[in-house]
Every structure is written in C-alpha cells, then in structure tokens.
Design a protein around this ligand. Sequence first.
Ligand SMILES: C[S@@+](CC[C@H](N)C(=O)[O-])C[C@H]1O[C@@H](n2cnc3c(N)ncnc32)[C@H](O)[C@@H]1O
Length: 222
Amino acid sequence: MRRGLEVQPPAAVPSRSVTEPQREVGVGPHPEPWPDDPRLDPELLAGGDRRNVVDGYRYWRREAIVADLDGRRHPFHVAVENWEHDLNIGTVVRNANAFLAAEVHVVGRRRWNRRGAMVTDRYQHVRHHATLAAFAGWAREAELPVLGIDNLPGAVAIDAFELPRRCALLFGQEGPGLSAEARALCEAVLAIRQFGSTRSINAAAASAVAMHEWVRRYAAAP
Ligand SMILES: C[S@@+](CC[C@H](N)C(=O)[O-])C[C@H]1O[C@@H](n2cnc3c(N)ncnc32)[C@H](O)[C@@H]1O
C-alpha cells in the first residue's frame, strides 16, 4: 500500500506521448475499514493522498504532520537575506523542511517566491524580520549564535568548524552574497569548500550543504 517518496509533477507539463503511461503519484483511496486514528484525514482516506510527503505521513491531516514534526525539530535555524526577491528562498525552505530546521527566517522583504518550496512551506515555520537588526534582536533573545554562510575572504571551512548544536545559519543572496550588515552580526563566517572555476554555488544549494553539515554531526544514524 505504502510507496516510496513521490514528488508531485508540475501541473501543466504536456505529456510526451498520448500512449505514454501516466506515472502514479502518491496513494489512492484507503481500503475500508479505515484505521481509527484522529491524525488521519477522512477526505484523503476517501480520495487518496497525492501530496509530496514521506510514506509515514500518508493520509495524515496537515496539522497532525506539523505537530509531529514540531515534536522532533532540530535546534538549528536557517535565515536568508531577502532584499531583491531571491528565487532561491523557496528551495531554502524546502531544504529546511527536509533537514528539519526549527524555523526559517526571511530577513528583508516579506514576500518571497514560493515556487521552489514545492508546498513544503505548509509544514515549515517561516518567520519574517523586516531588518537585520530585528533578526539580530530575535537571535540574541533566543541565545542563538548567528553563523554566516558565505565564501568570503577569511571564512572558515564549514567542515572543519565546530558547528554548535543550537545556532542560526545566515545565507546571503544571489549576486551580492551576505551584506556587510549581515556579516557584522555573525560570530563566524563559514565557507563550503569549492574546487572549480565558479565563484560560488547558488544559495539554495549552499543551504542544503550547510544544513547537512549540521545533520552529519548531530542527527546522523550511529
Ligand atoms: C551566489 S552566492 C554570492 C556571493 C559570493 N560570495 C561571491 O563571491 O560571488 C549567494 C549565497 O550563496 C551562499 N554560498 C554560495 N557559495 C557558497 C560557498 N562556497 N560557501 C558558503 N556559502 C556559499 C552564500 O550564502 C552566499 O551569500
């Protein structure tokens, strides 16, 4: 009944051929009798569950999934500067969901492009701070060290750094990278090692690597 992780295809992708079989996403209606479990959503049980969720959450109500995630979120936060509507933010949110970050902080403009999030923002806490000062105030209150993630001169390699368990990882934008004001509030700036000719990887890719650096220290299986 349960299948591997399946991803919703974009809504309007034309099929290559009319005879090509359609790839089934998710699971169909649950056979009756239905399990007696208040976490399950009768509408999904009746109609099937085509959402992009892991198998263990099939047929669960959204609030039940969020509550379950809340019970085991990791104590690292992710923050990203948003002064120019960076298209990466949606993917940063998706990565934060995948690696179970406590929260995502969007600093600057409130609006961000949700496309890359692939609906994962429904299960992820996202908080907005209008200014870096407001974000810094929040981090101070929460007693979280802010660690900048950027390959700036003087940055320390993230794989060689003693990443604290409780921390906020702050990412810059495509183009400018971490702003000077952002750098000033960071206890350290950490770089992902690169070896090719490009100056940088994109912010969303960098967020996945940095979060995985946290995961391999504190949440990897023994
Ligand atoms: C496209 S980069 C731009 C800035 C970059 N400093 C440059 O020289 O071009 C945008 C963001 O992605 C992240 N990033 C990209 N490559 C990185 C790397 N090698 N190490 C750490 N962060 C990186 C940082 O958060 C950075 O602010």
